[in-house]
Design a protein around this ligand. Structure first.
Ligand code: F3S
Length: 437
């Protein structure tokens, strides 16, 4: 048996793609997955390219693997591999660079590698028209199972390279999603997290036009035995009243949504090529918070996009402060080669970008603390996770509205249990498990 180990960067989609490759290799019968720290014949690095920092982390991981395991073959795949295959192929130790549309041929492509030579197997992603559907019934090392329902994106946000790394929007057949959820629930998964690059576009390319995201989610909620359903991230333009009603009405649908804002300045949003105006964004967030009280609500913000002035940043800060977000992901802008914004340059000084990012991180910490504080003293259902967090021997879990709950030592099993939230920690709360009624 040959041993393969995975190192995954980036978002939940990449984690799902890693599971796809693991499943395909194990189905071949002569591959066994080992932990990344163990000795393996092949290391697969599933890269992200969302920022310059993400690229650099992928390169460091590859260099480290080659230094520590000089005889192992390294396969680089993911968004960075699709964006700049040659760049990754030039790194010592890399035997194979595999594109996003070529993942389903992972076993075959590995079979074609020759020691000392680099193979680039990267097809043009713009030609990909169908969703690559690999039945996955297990997510290694996760208590919550991610289910990818859609791939690619038809928008053209100027800062983003994802359409060029993942292609145009392709939806999975709803029946295939429901079957996978049934299998995952049968395998003991308590929470299903629906993911996609642009989940709100789900169904647009399917023949049956009424089969949009809402209908998909209704079908998922109809799976017997499902305890929890979560949506990973949704664009404001596709956050329909129907989806909000579903979250509000069905208590298995987690009160947690992540709606990327990117900037609170109309002018910057326009240059970013975002397909909504501030008014629409605010209206959707207000609709959400009035229908779903105590919703865990996150957003993404880019600091220092080309031409962003102090006044633009102030508008972003003030809007984020006023809206009921419970956490923010703030990133300093970095030019992505090949993006529409590349010709705009990068005129906000690095120190200024850092200062703005830090200010938003402080705001995020304050908003998160206030949100968690409001829940102290209450008893909430918590999904206690099987794996330990950050290598800690203590148990940890999540409330439906995305509060991280640290617990004492105890029996590890992925289950939803009542927990009393007692005091604040740095990024969550400390809880006490109560007996189930
Ligand atoms: Fe990164 Fe690609 Fe996900 S750029 S965030 S791994 S879609």
């Amino acid at each position: 048996m040959k041993r393969v180990a995975f190192c995954t960067f980036g978002c939940k989609l990449n984690q799902y793609d890693t599971e796809t490759m693991r499943t395909l290799l194990e189905e071949e019968g002569d591959w066994r997955t080992v932990a990344f720290r163990e000795e393996a014949d092949v290391y697969i690095v599933n890269t992200c390219s969302v920022t310059a920092r993400a690229d650099s982390r992928a390169r460091s991981a590859i260099r480290r693997i080659h230094r520590e395991r000089p005889h192992a073959r390294i396969l680089a795949t993911g968004c960075y591999a699709q964006r700049a295959p040659k760049e990754l192929g030039e790194l010592d130790g890399v035997s194979l660079v595999l594109g996003a549309a070529d993942r389903e041929r992972v076993a075959e492509e590995l079979g074609h590698t020759v020691p000392g030579q680099v193979r680039l197997a990267v097809s043009p992603i713009s030609e990909a028209r169908t969703f690559v559907d690999v039945p996955i019934t297990e997510m290694m090392g996760h208590s919550r199972a991610f289910v990818k329902v859609q791939e690619g994106c038809n928008e053209s946000c100027s800062f983003c390279i994802i359409p060029s790394t993942r292609g145009t929007s392709r939806s999975r057949r709803p029946e295939s999603v429901w079957t996978q959820v049934e299998d995952l629930v049968a395998n003991g998964y308590t929470e299903i997290v629906i993911t996609g690059v642009h989940v709100g576009d789900f169904g647009l390319d399917l023949p049956d036009a009424e089969r949009g995201l809402e209908s998909l989610m209704r079908g998922v909620l109809a799976v017997p035995g499902l305890e929890r359903l979560r949506l990973s991230s949704i664009q404001p333009t596709t956050l329909s009243d129907g989806i909000l009603d579903l979250v509000a009405e069905d208590e298995r649908f987690c009160r947690h949504l992540h709606v990327p804002m990117q900037s609170g300045s109309e002018e910057v949003l326009r240059r970013m090529g975002r397909s909504y105006r501030i008014g629409t964004f605010v209206e959707r967030i207000e609709a959400l918070s009035s229908r779903i009280p105590d919703c865990g609500l996150g957003t993404d913000v880019i600091c220092g996009f080309p031409g962003e002035t102090e006044a633009d940043f102030r508008k972003t800060f003030d809007l984020l402060e006023a809206l009921p977000f419970t956490y923010l992901h703030a990133f300093p802008y970095s030019v992505r080669p090949g993006s529409h914004a590349e010709p705009l340059g990068d005129d906000v000084p690095a120190d200024e970008k850092k200062r703005r990012t830090r200010a938003l991180k402080r705001l995020s910490a304050r908003k998160s603390r206030e949100f968690r504080q409001r829940h102290l003293g209450s008893t909430m259902p918590v999904l206690i996770e099987e794996g330990s967090r950050n290598g800690s021997p203590l148990l940890s879990g999540l409330t439906d509205n995305y509060i991280r709950v640290d617990l004492g030592p105890g029996e590890k099993r992925a289950s939803v249990e009542p927990v009393r939230l007692e005091s604040l920690t740095d990024d969550g709360v400390l809880g006490r498990r109560l007996e189930r009624e």
